[in-house]
Design a protein around this ligand. Structure first.
Ligand code: C2E
Ligand code: CA
Ligand code: CA
Length: 655
């Protein structure tokens, strides 16, 4: 080994690795546990030796000198004892270790010289005590200093060097043997210290790597892999955190949830690559809008995004912020093969006025979004007191539904569908009525959606259909029955199987039955519902698309369904004689159904003027208060008889 490589090895062994902050902190922690013990043992051993030499040596050597060293040791002991409670910074740890490394040599030197200076004053026993003191104390010190190799090396070499040189020079065989022993022990101990220190460094290194890996995993677990913005998991963690803080401070904040209108069409039309590209760009535009530190953006999944607005913004400011989002997403997106335009609907709920915990805040923002999507797509909707009351009402209805005896409380009313030419009935639409023992009469617009939410609508449909079929069995055979199916009936195989079973067991010819479905119900799962609705069509039932014109079905959707009839929604008829647009819409819808060779019923015929306009437009069938309100089963016969008599005058009577 050359002199320079030996030097570099020595330098390496004496170096303190100040550039590894984690190692410094680990060394500091290990030290603060061991150093007080080391100083304590050193002091006890030293005072034991001082005690042996007290009657033999002068006071300055047996009393004052050890007393001076004790002051130094106690200072260091106190420092490390306090250090146990400290959470060190790397800088602090580096300073403490530097100091220890620096002090190790002079302290070791002082104690060693002190003990060899005592040696000449003692008899053989006392001299043996010096040898024992030096040999045993240094072992303890080296073990305690293991975590700082430079200090352990200094102490080992100084103490054992002095020991060896001094005792070899005594020429007393016992001490010479002891000196040689000490050389061997020193070599062994240095090897142990070295390997232990290397293991320690490796362990800390591994810990650092594991922590880094853990942090990276955590980062990835909280990130949406497609858009590289925080994901659903991060959103809820952050929402809970902010909620806890805001609960304590009473600070107002808001959650916005947004959903893309038209994303599905892009996905269907151009494929998933384009859908993914669109989502990435949406993520980028949203990130640009949410630059402020108070905005926390996340992708919840699919085309749903969320923003926590961790600032006390007024309702107007929230509206404006939502407006900025809608504007940003309304601008065209240039994708690989197409330029597309979409819109975003935003629902916002505020804490603590509209919700006081994370989950209801999220649910209320989602509720506002859902309401917004139904009524005003592409805009911002703030969750309001009105929504709060509606949610309470829904909860009451759901509670009443849980307690209801459906067989007894549900009934079916029938509203005639007439030929507009002579106002004679061709069919009756069955409309559900619920007289709850708890809440009295509840409108179907309230309890049908509630039953859908609770997943019990199928049970209701079965009871209602049975009752409707029973009543229809008493009507003339040319009068048809229309029955409304809900989303769940046409989207699940089990639901459909039950409906089919009721129809086949009723004894009524399925071709006398029309089943009404809505666009919204169909669009929940177009493929599944068109497949299930086809089984009804194959059975011979007619299929009517209800509320036509209010949904967002494209003509291609219409084509996918085995429809026989369409019902034009009552909203178009309400002002047909004054509103040119309504007039035109009804006109084109009639033309469309005619071209598609579908029968068409117009809903909401309330006045003779409506009737007149519709007749002029060539509509064939209608339904509405002008002909009759929904009738109880027992009133249908009488109504038909009266209508037959009235037909002679060829004019409908109101109600
Ligand atoms: P819908 O299927 O569009 O039924 C027509 C609704 O319009 C009925 O309200 C009916 O009473 C009302 N109506 C009839 N003529 C007129 C009119 O001239 N002007 C106006 N403004 N309204 C008229 P209803 O009975 O309150 O039912 C509301 C909705 O509840 C129904 O709308 C349907 O979506 C749902 N529904 C009713 N019964 C059932 C049922 O048995 N099953 C399912 N799934 N849904 C039902
Ligand atoms: Ca209907
Ligand atoms: Ca309708």
């Amino acid at each position: 080994m050359s002199a320079s490589s030996l030097m570099s090895m020595v330098r390496r062994y004496w170096r303190v690795d100040y550039d590894q902050p984690e190692l410094l902190i680990a060394q500091y922690r290990a030290f603060s546990g061991k150093m007080p013990m080391m100083y304590l043992i050193l002091l006890i051993n030293s005072w034991a030796l001082a005690q042996t030499y007290y009657p033999l040596a002068p006071y300055w050597l047996s009393l004052y000198f050890p007393a001076m060293l004790t002051v130094l040791c106690v200072t260091r002991l106190t420092f490390w004892w306090r250090g146990r409670l400290v959470d060190p910074t790397p800088g602090m740890a580096a300073n403490a270790l530097k100091r220890t490394s620096f002090l190790a040599a002079p302290i070791a030197l002082s104690f060693s010289l002190w003990s060899v200076m005592l040696f000449p004053y003692g008899d053989s026993y006392a001299q043996a005590h010096v040898a024992f003191y030096m040999g045993i104390t240094v072992i303890c010190c080296i073990f305690c200093l293991m975590y700082l190799r430079s200090a352990a090396l200094s102490v080992a070499l100084i103490v054992n060097g002095i020991f060896t040189v001094f005792f070899l020079s005594t020429h007393i065989p016992t001490f010479v043997a002891a000196a040689l022993n000490v050389v061997l022990v020193t070599i062994g101990m240095l090897a142990i210290v070295n390997s232990h220190y290397s293991d320690f460094v490796r362990l800390i290194d591994a810990q650092v790597k594991t922590t880094l890996l853990g942090n990276e995993n955590l980062r990835l677990a909280n990130l949406d892999s497609l858009t590289q913005i925080p994901n659903r998991r991060k959103f809820f963690a952050q929402l809970n955190e902010i909620c806890t803080r805001a609960t304590a401070s009473g600070q107002r904040f808001a959650v916005a949830i947004l959903d893309l209108d038209g994303f599905k069409a892009v996905n269907d039309l151009y494929g998933h690559t384009h859908g993914d590209q669109l989502l990435v760009e949406v993520g980028q535009r949203l990130t640009a809008v949410c630059q402020d530190d108070h905005f926390h953006l996340a992708r919840l999944g699919g085309d749903e995004f969320s923003i926590i607005i961790d600032a006390d913004l007024s309702d107007e400011a929230l509206q404006q912020f939502g407006g900025r989002i809608c504007d940003a997403l309304r601008r065209p997106f240039v994708l690989y093969k197409a330029t597309v335009q979409i819109a975003a609907s935003v629902g916002v709920a505020t804490f603590p006025d509209m919700a006081v915990d994370a989950s209801s805040l999220y649910e209320h923002a989602d509720y506002a979004l859902y309401q917004g999507k139904r009524e005003r797509r592409g805009t911002v909707t703030l969750f309001s007191e009105k929504d709060k009351a509606q949610i309470q009402r829904n909860a009451n209805i759901e509670q009443a539904l849980r307690l209801a005896d459906f067989d007894r409380e549900l009934s079916v009313f029938f509203q005639p569908i007439v030929r507009l030419e002579d106002c004679q009935p061709i069919a009756f639409e069955a409309l559900a009525r619920w007289h709850s023992a708890v809440k009295g009469t509840v409108a179907p617009m309230e309890f049908i959606p509630a039953a859908e939410r609770m997943g019990i609508i199928n049970q209701l449909s079965v009871i209602l259909l049975k009752k409707a079929l029973q009543a229809a069995a008493t009507w003339p055979p040319d009068i048809r029955l229309s029955f409304n199916l809900s989303a769940n009936d046409i989207n699940t195989s089990e639901g459909m199987a039950q409906i089919v079973q009721v129809i086949t067991h009723s004894g009524m010819c399925p071709s006398r039955l029309d089943l009404e479905i809505t666009e919204t119900a169909v669009l929940q799962d177009l493929e599944k519902s068109s497949q299930l609705v086809s089984t009804l069509r194959q059975l011979g039932c007619g299929i009517t698309l209800d509320d036509f014109g209010t949904g967002y079905a494209s003509l291609s959707h219409l084509h996918a369904l085995p429809l026989t009839r369409i019902k034009i929604d009552k909203s178009f008829v309400a002002d047909i004689e004054h509103n040119a647009v309504s007039h035109k819409i009804v006109k084109s819808l009639l033309a469309l159904t005619h071209d598609m060779q579908l029968a068409c019923v117009v809903e909401g015929v309330e006045t003779p003027a409506h009737l007149q306009s519709l007749r002029e437009l060539g509509a064939l069938y209608g339904q509405g208060y002008l002909f009759s309100v929904p009738l109880a089963a027992g009133q249908v016969q009488a109504w038909m008889e009266a209508r037959q008599a009235g037909s002679l005058q060829r004019e409908p009577s109101l109600r």
